[in-house]
Design a protein around this ligand. Sequence first.
Ligand code: AMP
Ligand code: ZN
Length: 471
Amino acid sequence: MQLYNTLTKTIDEFVPVDGNIIRMYTCGPTVYHYAHIGNLRSYIEEDVLEKFLRYSGYDVRRVMNITDVGHLTSDADTGDDKMVRSAEREHKTVMQVAKFYTDAFFEDCRKLNIRKPDTVVPATSMIGDLIKIISVLMDKGYAYKAGPNVYFDTSKVQNYYCLTGHDESKLQVGVRDDVEEDTNKRNKADFVLWFTKSKFEDQALKWDSPWGVGYPGWHIECTSIAIKNLGEHLDLHCGGVDNIFPHHTNEIAQSEAYLGHPWCRHWFHVQHLNDKNGKMSKSKGNVLTVSTLEEKGYDPLVYRLFCLQSHYRKPLEFDYGVMDQMANVYKKLLASVAALSDKEAVNEEQKAAWRQKFLDTMGMDLNTASSLTLLYDVLKDPSLNDSTKLAVEEDFDQVLSLDLTKTRGAGGKAQDQVDDELRAYVEARIAERKEAKKAKDFAKADAIREELAGKGIVIKDTRQGTVWEKA
Ligand code: AMP
Ligand code: ZN
């Protein structure tokens, strides 16, 4: 696969260290609030990448952290401790807040068909391990204690700015007028590995350490979780572009200082989802969530389609007009797939040729937009019988995860398994319910829903109309 690499700033042939195995690390969410659809753009693109690598025959081992402590990114991180503020707002403990928003995150992922990584590790479960790494960094002379905290000495590593190409004079840390510079640091870019005191006096979670009771900085959690679960060499590390500096820059510095050799070969970064006012951001508060989209009647997979029609390396502006177009496109696509008969034999040779086209398209720096075009090209190809078309659409959907067969009947899968009589009956009742709703006879509409539920049929109202499946 050809894939852009932030480290080399070129599209490189992606080659894992260890033959068929891919060790993939993903920076997970901070869990003081709901994930917004910007965060989820990054996770959708990473999901497509992971699934494409699996589809290409690799054995992907994917690990993700959950930032449930220590999200203090730099001196410029203003405001209060976000976990503590959420706990106060919601009358919960910090760990209850973390659990609630971690669960909410994976529920949003489920709705967007984002596969849960093989291993998910909360930062709070790693304190012992990361204390060991900090101790080694101290012993090797890469870390120092100054005032109440332990810092990483960025002057000790060569090429600290390898990901960004920044030079120190352009560094933002400590240069904004409203940011009080941390005078304990030896160099501007140094960052905290362990806090015993920060400007957030009421940090809730604290642990004992050789340097005093305190808590870890943000960056060290990813280093320790990645090394513990994936070993000393990573093939692929992912995140949104805002992670490039300082987070990933610092991860590289401390991981390579600790290991004594290069760490990760390939860095994959997703550009931001913006709104008219700029980057969608949890701390700015200009956020839309999956629930907002559902409340407005969109199937979450329409948002997945919205993301896939653009390239992951281009900023994407959220727009309801485009979402409406996508909803329409999605509806038509589902209808076309639903109309395919699966009675004939699949032509395996033709299927393999289309599979190769898909591999070539996605293999060119994850070109999801062109791979969506392939979905239509297949449907329009007069040389393919219906069953072959269906088999190819299902094949591509292993990666695109748009549930293309979901309106074909029970479970969205084998149409033949659904009794034709039952289908006709359910569809007639759904039509009656629609009429009842139009006439504002909601009691009748609800009664029809309940009657169908009694027969094991679940119906769901979406912007594309009412869909149903067997429970
Ligand atoms: P956070 O929970 O803020 O740590 O972010 C989780 C993931 O979402 C990280 O990979 C971020 O880089 C990414 N991210 C944050 N904001 C956006 C955005 N507006 N568009 C795309 N990705 C984002
Ligand atoms: Zn990280």
